[in-house]
Design a protein. Structure first.
Length: 62
């Protein structure tokens, strides 16, 4: 479920930024996007509780 939520949020943000559909489909694999996201959250010091809040907010937008 988390992977789906992240994928939907990424596509949503790309659409808001005016990214063409062709470009959206060229995005790196979802697994790589998730790895990058988790590494960035870890580097920024995000806790598990903060991650749950992010996912909850994202799910409410879908």
């Amino acid at each position: 479920m988390f992977a789906y939520v992240v994928q939907q949020q990424i596509v949503h943000e790309m659409r808001l930024n005016g990214t063409a559909f062709e470009e959206i489909f060229q995005v790196r694999s979802l697994s790589q996007v998730l790895i990058d996201l988790l590494q960035n959250l870890k580097l920024s010091g995000a806790s598990c509780a903060e991650l749950r809040v992010i996912v909850g907010r994202t799910e409410s937008k879908i």
